[in-house]
Design a protein around this ligand. Sequence first.
Ligand code: ADP
Ligand code: MG
Length: 320
Amino acid sequence: MATAEQIKTLIRSHFSEESERFFTAALQVAAHEARQGHSALAHEIKSLVDKARQTQKQRLLKFPPELNGLLLTEEPEAHQENLILGAERKERVRRILHEYKQRNTLKEHSLSHRRKILLSGPPGTGKTLTASVLAFELRLPLRTIQVDRLVTKFMGETAAKLRQIFDIIRENPGVYLFDEFDAIGGDRGRDNDVGEMRRVLNSFLQFIEAESSDNLIVAATNNDSLLDKALFRRFDDVIYYALPDAGERQQLMRNLLALFTNKRFPFANAAEEAKGLSHADIDHACRNAMKEAVLSGKKTVELATLKTFLSERNQAYGGR
Ligand SMILES: Nc1ncnc2c1ncn2[C@@H]1O[C@H](COP(=O)(O)OP(=O)(O)O)[C@@H](O)[C@H]1O
Ligand SMILES: [Mg+2]
């Protein structure tokens, strides 16, 4: 049986509507019961708590069911140190984090933190990862809007759906990522109605402009040539991503292979082989090399193996 103190905590937190405290107290009761050998009861309490937490989370984010699959919520674990960017880009990410944390101080002086961010650059260079890092470092959920799916699914009603999404943004804390966002901007290759796309883009711009919550809005694109220049003005910051230079390639490999290399590993040599590859390609090749080491019972990655995987990635692009 739970202790008197635990019962009192449960009652108090229930009536003061401190649900996190209530959940913690309930889990303490479960732990207590487990120690007494009542493992079935402990298990039952724990699953009641898990279920209640889940329902509460869903209630917190009220969104129309037709947006299911278009708005994905995650709690990514992406540390800032694992994001390898050139010094200037890194500084910009740091500044976004810093201003968000200091937003109340800024508000006192009628200033606002930078929160509408456009990320532009080639695939696999860390745009999506940056959004995850922002969410993780700020302890916010990452909510990704699948723009291309939105446009395909709702064609004529895209603007109306965007309005619903911006209603959600206003009321629910988070980092909102409009990924592959050029789908709105102007995919003229498909047999889309260009006039319609332009209207959608204009309403998107208006929504962005009018949006005034504290939330971060990140728009990412692989193809900024499709985007209207008018668009750039609506953002507080535009960060251009690029393929990693030699130093970044080396740093990335050092991070990834830390547990699989010794001090003498010729990273500079490996970085040379990785020239022309994106961060995502290098990540992929390093993981393949680690798998190979593990499966052949070795403790470290061999340079030759790593180089093979790197050049395989390179050849996939016709050896650019
Ligand atoms: N700048 C980077 N630093 C570290 N890892 C990266 C970086 N860019 C990409 N990666 C790796 O490649 C994966 C895919 O990258 P992603 O962020 O989705 O690229 P993008 O959105 O620019 O196409 C990431 O999850 C990460 O493992
Ligand atoms: Mg991406």
